[in-house]
Design a protein around this ligand. Structure first.
Ligand SMILES: Nc1ncnc2c1ncn2[C@@H]1O[C@H](COP(=O)(O)OP(=O)(O)OP(=O)(O)O)[C@@H](O)[C@H]1O
Ligand SMILES: Nc1ncnc2c1ncn2[C@@H]1O[C@H](COP(=O)(O)OP(=O)(O)OP(=O)(O)O)[C@@H](O)[C@H]1O
Ligand SMILES: [Mg+2]
Ligand SMILES: [Mg+2]
Lengths: 152, 170, 152, 170
């Protein structure tokens, strides 16, 4: 049980470090109790944009979102679920980071389906398929705006 | 296995909508209040969310479409999967899992599969649904659904809760 | 005391109705206990985009932000404070509503100063003065991007 | 009265910054983590926020700039006002209110005014500061500062708390 967990932990940590480097910073995962991981928790140390390593509390709104998404992708790379649903995860991101996360989703969508709700151009423009939702007399309707080539 | 379609019938602001979900990256856009997050609530509903509050409703009956002063009889959401790899233990290429809540309070799950063109359905227990989804790493406390405004929850949760996310994978 | 309060309540309610109409919907303020207002609270009834009047809980993220901002402007119109600071209040708004709120801030900035932090083009483009903040080796610096004519 | 300038000295990520605030609509932009919300924390600091948590810090000492492994001696933020209408009861066109916190723990407010070119300052009690600001409808539970992520709090607060916002105006 502990070996299996440690194996997973090592792989997710490696993913997290790689992903965090690609968003411009240093990040690592640490166990509170490496001897007996089930007695402790999982810590995230991260320093966005190569600032000093800081506690998660001191991060800005956008830095917290980036760190959270890096953790999500670190797990997805190891064991991709069939699909992911992300509802406006880019709301606090600046234009550059919204575009960066859009690219990450695009990459990750090779192994899993991603359904992403967003108001940001930097995200929407990267999607393969685009649906528009609108309301008519209190009832929601959906229309296909851009459908992938196979959809026709 | 992959998600192929979402059917929303009398669920929140959706009267009868079918949404095809292709492979890859699908974006959903639309004005404020048009019903985008209601689709996410529909997915969470089928995946087994137990509290109406977590579906942004006071009671289950609030999930049923209210239109022109009248509430419909029932709400139903179905997730259809492409099951050609048979990861869902059912002999069918197209399998649906659906949840239905009635105004009178019934709250049931159904398994849907096809024999030729004929649709078959049978009621299944919630524990069977949870089991099917957990083999697919769906539902439960996994990170595959991030609700609106919730993205930083991963950073704000306790270290123990965060470790549990890795336990789920082991 | 009660007369003064009721006078204020009537004026803010009127403002709220007007402002809510301009964002495309019907909104009104109600007292839980009109006989003795200090025994009860203040209720907000609002139906964005002319849907049926609904409880605030059932609103979408963007509809909640709009309703909250309409209430803020309703008070500001009556008794403008010298300055207001709004930190990414447009994060959940769609492009149309972000632009609408930008216009409202522009209007309200005739009576009060508004300092608004935003990542959205629809908001930023309406400002008289624009400052950019950036970080260099862990220290924040500010640069003027667009200064109003008098600033030179 | 209007806000004319904000001075941030060793406050969070700002070593020594002066920001002129003209009349009208001022927007502040910049990358994630660059320091925009720290400016808002600086304003709240002077307006009398009592808990470091509400300034996104664990302790007051975390507000003092930490740079290259060293923390500065003190942090100070000053809000300068155009007081030509004398709404601040001080005889001066330009009046500043400042708050300073030292590493050793002191936490004081100062009033700044000018006689000709000479800057004068004297320590004032927090209650005097709160009184000056409340006459200007600033500080307290008023709505004039909306923190990042807080905009829906107005809709989510209790009806009683909402009524109190109108009490403040009466
Ligand atoms: N049972 C119901 N019957 C009819 N309409 C409903 C029901 N439940 C919720 N709604 C409507 O759904 C709307 C909210 O939709 P939703 O939260 O999906 O919006 P959204 O597209 O996500 O908007 P945003 O961009 O602001 O997040 C509400 O305005 C409400 O009127
Ligand atoms: N005492 C301190 N000394 C040095 N830097 C600090 C101090 N306190 C906070 N910071 C830095 O300030 C940064 C956060 O800044 P802030 O929250 O203002 O960003 P922001 O511009 O609002 O970003 P966003 O667009 O993501 O909201 C943190 O990354 C942290 O490193
Ligand atoms: Mg939504
Ligand atoms: Mg910020």
């Amino acid at each position: 049980k502990k070996e299996v967990f440690m194996e997973i932990f090592k792989k997710v940590s490696k993913n997290f470090q790689e992903i965090y480097r690609s968003i411009g910073g240093r990040g690592r995962l640490r166990l509170e109790n490496p001897e007996d991981p089930f007695q402790g928790g999982l810590l995230i140390d991260a320093s966005p944009q190569n600032k000093k390593l800081q506690s998660l509390d001191m991060m800005s709104g956008g830095e917290k979102s980036l760190t959270a998404l890096a953790f999500l992708f670190a797990i997805q790379r190891l064991t991709p679920a069939p699909f992911y649903v992300l509802d406006e995860v880019d709301a606090t991101l600046d234009a550059k980071n919204a575009s960066l996360i859009g690219d990450m989703i695009k990459n990750a969508s090779r192994d899993s389906q991603f359904i992403v709700i967003s108001h940001r151009e930097q995200m929407i423009s990267k999607a393969d398929t685009l649906y528009g939702v609108y309301m008519e007399n209190g009832i929601s309707k959906v229309v296909g705006i851009k459908l992938d080539s196979e959809e026709g | 296995v992959s998600l192929s379609e979402i059917h929303l019938k009398n669920f929140k602001s959706f009267k009868d909508t079918k949404l095809k979900i292709p492979l890859g990256f699908t974006a959903i856009v639309g004005p404020n209040g048009s019903g985008k997050s209601n689709i996410v609530d529909g997915i969470c509903f089928v995946l087994g969310k137990t509290s109406p509050r977590s579906l942004r409703a006071d009671r289950f009956k609030d999930l049923i479409t209210y239109y022109r002063g009248k509430r419909a009889e029932y709400a139903e959401v179905t997730l259809f999967f492409d099951n050609r790899d048979r990861r869902i233990p059912v002999d069918g290429d197209r399998v649906g899992i659906s949840r239905k809540v009635k105004l009178k309070g019934e709250n049931n799950y159904y398994l849907i599969w096809y024999q030729g063109e004929v649709e078959r359905r049978r009621k299944i227990r919630k524990s069977e649904v949870i089991d099917i989804f957990s083999r697919l790493s769906l539902g439960g406390e996994r990170l595959n659904i991030i609700l609106q405004g919730d993205v930083t929850k991963i950073v704000e949760m306790s270290p123990k809760e965060r470790r549990k996310l890795l336990d789920e994978i082991s």
